[in-house]
Design a binder for this molecule. Sequence first.
Ligand SMILES: [Zn+2]
Length: 204
Amino acid sequence: MYAVVSRAVLALIAIASTPVAYVLLFVSIERTWLRADHEALWVTSILTGLVLIVAWILVWRQHVIGTGDRVRMTAAAVIWSSVPAFLIGAWVESLSGWSRGGGPVFGGAVWALCWLASTALIWRERPGERSDSIAPDIRCTACGYSMNGLREARCPECGRQSTLDELLTAAWQRRGGVLADNHEARANRVTTAAASRPLEASRA
Ligand SMILES: [Zn+2]
């Protein structure tokens, strides 16, 4: 199974588990804390929303390039999704013939749909974003001069002649911590670490 397929299955499970979590939370809250169904349903909707937020972030965090903007917009989406949720919840409650419990249940569902849709848009990669984030910063291994864009592996500053694998290994070692949430980078780091181990052993 491809990693992305496995991730999609986990995402479906996270969504499908939400109604199950909703019922379990409602029964626990209604039995132990809030006897009034209407209040218990609103509290259950909010708590289930929090559970969905945590599950959704756990499923996708390794596949999203985390930037400050994305984190802030994801948090803001929690708030702006609440606006249609409360409006539609209040409208459903006002309908004659509907139980008042329809408000928090429908409102919660609307919130979940708005927030999930928002994350799909906010977390989407911009063109070139991933290649930018994994492109190594090539520098001379002797003097640190930036060698990006050069057509040869000879440093114009100090004259050091390197091999391509020396330059790439050094670049990836420098970038080691930056791409901690990126699968490709992790794979590269493992390869780099494995490649440099015999070197360290022979030096020792
Ligand atoms: Zn140099």
